[in-house]
Design a protein around this ligand. Structure first.
Ligand code: HEC
Ligand code: HEC
Length: 401
């Protein structure tokens, strides 16, 4: 907790400079009065710094006690994973704002239509219009009755929403747009009362909405929603008892995250973890641990290479029965003379290049095909990542053997 104090140290430095300036002024025999004034100012600012430091110390002392009570790990941290702490009641309360149709979750409070109109004019009308009729394309909050069966229904809080709790919850949770959760409970009650009034759900300007009479309010469309439980439709499908254990006879791992590049093999990863990932993807370990590690590393590289090969698949085939497509098949490519597949129509650039494909020439070619072999008809941008280059070559090598 010594950090905040350091903010004030530069302030002391300023005093030093001011004193220095004052000294400079007096020695250069400017008016002595000016020098004296500067000195007085410097002393005053020094006194201020002292006062501030004292204040700071007090704040720090308070903060120290607050910090221990807020961030002290709760006993839950000693649970199985040793992570996190129990949430504080205040934190839970801040999240726990939902209001249910039966009124659960409503805070105590009240507000009347006229107050609501004022707050609405102040905080909502710029978007929703003075009468909740909506400005430009901002949502309309009132009217639209008897349009629900139309081709283009006007669905508003009044015409469409079945529960008043949704209005309270929504306004409290997310309005005013851009300044969510700045309304007090009473303001929200007042606004909701005003929205009810705008929708002719209450007619008396003196109507007061509160947590007590909240559930007595009847919305126009309360009965407008029915559950579509026809068999074969979604609802029926989701009502089936979900299987929670032993839902599959046998489990088989078909892909690994690292193969589909969801979990890249990061060079910053802890070596122990890298080893683990490699090993988990490799063939069963051999006796010699050094060799096993090597094999595991290769397997991971080849797996990555297989993913990289997706970029080539549109034009090249490898493996048993590989055929020429728009590019030649790549079986046995390492050690092959460039342009060497019989029956494939290469560009002169390729067939006359005199290149033999090895790890080095392949890497240069694949990194930048047209740059390496001007005139090649392989339209491919190139592979930019060194790791991917290594991987694709390891893969091509593995399928060549
Ligand atoms: C800056 C413009 C703006 C202001 C100010 C604003 N709103 Fe909204 N309001 C919106 C937008 C935009 C939506 C639609 C949000 C969405 O669909 O995600 C919305 C949606 C709503 C809805 C839901 C409408 C529906 O049928 O889906 C209600 C209710 C609402 N606002 C009430 C209020 C109240 C009450 C206030 C004042 C406390 C307020 N808004 C202030 C822009 C605003
Ligand atoms: C859009 C199609 C296309 C894509 C994608 C493509 N290639 Fe090619 N590739 C070709 C064509 C066409 C040739 C023949 C080039 C020539 O004759 O100049 C070729 C040639 C090659 C050669 C030389 C073959 C030989 O017999 O000398 C290699 C190696 C090669 N491609 C590897 C790759 C790899 C690896 C990828 C993916 C990273 C890839 N290519 C992506 C079309 C493609």
């Amino acid at each position: 907790m010594s950090k905040p104090l350091s903010i004030f140290l530069p302030a002391l430095g300023v005093t030093g400079i001011v004193l220095g300036v004052a000294y400079g002024l007096s020695t250069r025999s400017y008016k002595a009065q000016e020098a004296a004034a500067a000195l007085r100012a410097a002393m005053a600012s020094e006194a201020r710094v002292e006062a501030l430091s004292a204040q700071m110390a007090e704040v720090e002392a308070n903060a120290a006690t607050m910090v221990t009570s807020l961030t002290a790990p709760a006993p839950a941290a000693t649970g199985p994973l040793g992570l996190g702490r129990a949430a504080h009641p205040e934190e839970l309360a801040a999240w726990d704002v939902d209001v249910l149709p039966d009124g659960r979750g409503l805070p105590e409070g009240s507000g009347d239509v006229l107050t609501g109109e004022e707050v609405f004019a102040d905080k909502c009308a710029s978007c929703h219009g003075d009468f909740a009729e909506g400005v430009d394309n901002w949502p309309v909050l009132a009217g639209g009755f008897d349009t629900l069966a139309d081709e283009d229904p006007v669905k508003t809080v009044g015409s469409y929403w079945p529960y008043l709790s949704t209005v309270w919850d929504y306004v409290n949770r997310s309005m005013p747009f851009g300044e969510a959760q700045t309304l007090t409970a009473d303001e929200t009650y007042a606004i909701v009362a005003y929205i009810l009034y705008s929708n002719d759900i209450v007619e008396d300007e003196a109507f007061i909405l509160s947590h007590e009479n909240f559930t007595a309010v009847q919305m126009h469309n309360t009965d407008g929603f029915v559950i579509d439980d026809r068999p074969g439709l979604e609802y029926a499908a989701w009502r089936a008892e979900p299987c929670m254990e032993n839902c599959k006879d046998s489990v088989e791992i078909t892909r690994r995250a690292s193969m589909v590049n969801v979990t890249p093999l990061d060079e910053h990863m802890h070596p122990a973890m890298r080893g683990e990932m490699h090993a988990s993807m490799a063939a069963p370990a051999e006796e010699d641990p050094q060799g096993a590690e090597q094999a595991a590393g290769d397997a991971a590289l080849i797996a990555t290479g297989e993913t990289v090969f997706k970029k080539c698949k549109a034009c090249h085939q490898v493996g048993d029965g590989a055929k020429n497509r728009s590019g030649p098949h790549l079986n046995g490519i390492l050690g092959r003379r460039a342009g060497g597949v019989d029956g494939f129509k290469y560009s002169p650039a390729m067939s006359e290049s005199g290149v033999t494909w090895d790890a080095e020439t392949l890497a240069s070619f694949l990194a930048n095909p047209k740059g390496y072999l001007k005139g090649t008809k392989m339209s491919f941008r190139g592979i930019k990542e060194d790791e991917d280059l290594k991987a694709i070559i390891a893969y091509l090598n593995s399928v060549s053997q």
